[in-house]
Design a protein around this ligand. Structure first.
Ligand SMILES: Cc1cc2nc3c(=O)[nH]c(=O)nc-3n(C[C@H](O)[C@H](O)[C@H](O)COP(=O)(O)O)c2cc1C
Length: 340
């Protein structure tokens, strides 16, 4: 059966994957309150479509920190793509290139950041988990050398959330896979607390744009602007870190308001439909990022599966824009949504 939406890929991926690896991908933390909220929050937002608008030409091309992309749908950084497919992140990179969009490569990839950059036509951003300063610096230098265009600093993970489903399933990274960016297994495991001072240190090291991933409040958004970041990804890590935080779409308005146009704002968490994307754009996101659905496409059919998942989302967004009477990204504004 040909998958017709992203949820079809979820079932197909589960059937293709080892159960423990599946649970690692699917799991949220603790009671998975936030994981579920990431979906249900979209249902409480209703659309206010405009009629009798000429929607003959729909254009969703945009730029992300100046980089042109074919649509406001980007690939979120997720760890361990070789659990889904032998080609791992290299297949994902190919798909991103074919779809004309941007991939954020995770620090915790099974393919090295150099192999990923070689595999796709780009553009790429590098997601950095801060380790010790020497290791972080080396990663930044390597990413810069092979053309990554920005650093995404994930700030919601001073410790790992308790992913109970993954723990119960006995998940651990199979011995034939590794974190390919690291020579030393012990360093790869380390988590270092990132503070605003660490961020200033990073800023002094690199001229690459810096994007903070995992900001959920107006207070932190204002501080991020003060510290000169170029972008913010409103994210709760797909419900995998602190449970009971807001759905990311719920946190978006206060971040957008606090930032007040001083940097770009993106959103990830629970994006499964074109209408979800439309709602996020209406509420001030410049683009969305997609996590698990990319892994589902990858597990089901490698690069082609990822490309198809992205095309499903593109087609759904286009249809939603037309039916809402908002054929351009510029015409999508706050008046398109209301809360129930
Ligand atoms: C299996 C898995 C691994 C992830 N690994 C990372 C990671 O290495 N770095 C990171 O910043 N975020 C990571 N995330 C979080 C994603 O970047 C993103 O915030 C989240 O998946 C978005 O929610 P969605 O899966 O509902 O689209 C991971 C998420 C999942 C599901």
């Amino acid at each position: 059966m040909e998958p017709v939406n992203v949820f079809d890929y979820e079932s197909l991926a589960q059937a293709h994957m080892e159960p423990a690896a599946w649970h690692y991908y699917a799991s949220g933390s603790d009671d998975e309150v936030t994981l579920h909220a990431n979906r249900t929050a979209f249902e409480r937002i209703r659309l206010r479509p405009r009629m009798l608008v000429d929607v003959g030409n729909c254009d969703m091309r945009t730029t992300i920190l100046g980089t042109p992309v074919s649509m406001p749908i980007l690939i979120a950084p997720t760890a361990f793509h070789c659990l889904a497919h032998v080609e791992g992140e290299c297949a994902t990179a190919q798909a991103a290139g074919r779809s004309g969009t941007l991939m954020v490569a995770s620090t915790s990839s099974n393919r090295s950041l150099e192999d990923i950059a070689r595999a796709g036509s780009g553009p790429f951003w590098f997601q950095l988990y801060i380790h010790d300063r020497k290791t972080s610096l080396e990663l930044i230098q390597r990413a810069t050398l092979v053309g990554y265009r920005a650093l995404v600093i994930t700030v919601d993970s001073p410790h790992w959330g308790h992913k109970e489903r993954a723990i119960r399933s006995g998940f651990s990274l199979p011995p034939y896979l590794s974190k390919a960016n690291f020579q030393d297994e012990d360093i790869a495991k380390e988590n270092v607390f990132v503070t605003w001072e660490t961020l200033d240190w990073l800023r002094s090291l690199t001229s690459l744009p810096i994007i903070l991933k995992g900001i959920l409040t107006a207070e932190d958004a204002a501080l991020a602007v003060k510290h000169g970041v170029n972008g913010i990804i409103v994210s709760n890590h797909g419900g995998r870190q602190l449970d009971s935080v807001s759905a990311s779409i719920e946190a978006l308005p206060e971040v957008v308001e606090a930032v007040d146009g001083c940097c770009e704002v993106y959103l990830d968490g629970g994006i499964r439909r074109g209408t979800d994307i439309l709602k996020a754009l209406a509420m001030g996101a410049q683009a969305v990022l997609v996590g698990r659905p990319v892994l589902w496409g990858l597990a089901t059919n490698g690069a082609e599966g990822v490309r198809h998942v992205l095309e499903i989302l593109r087609t759904e967004l286009e249809l939603a824009m037309k039916l809402a009477g908002r054929p351009t990204l510029a015409s999508i504004d706050r008046s398109l949504v209301k809360m129930i």
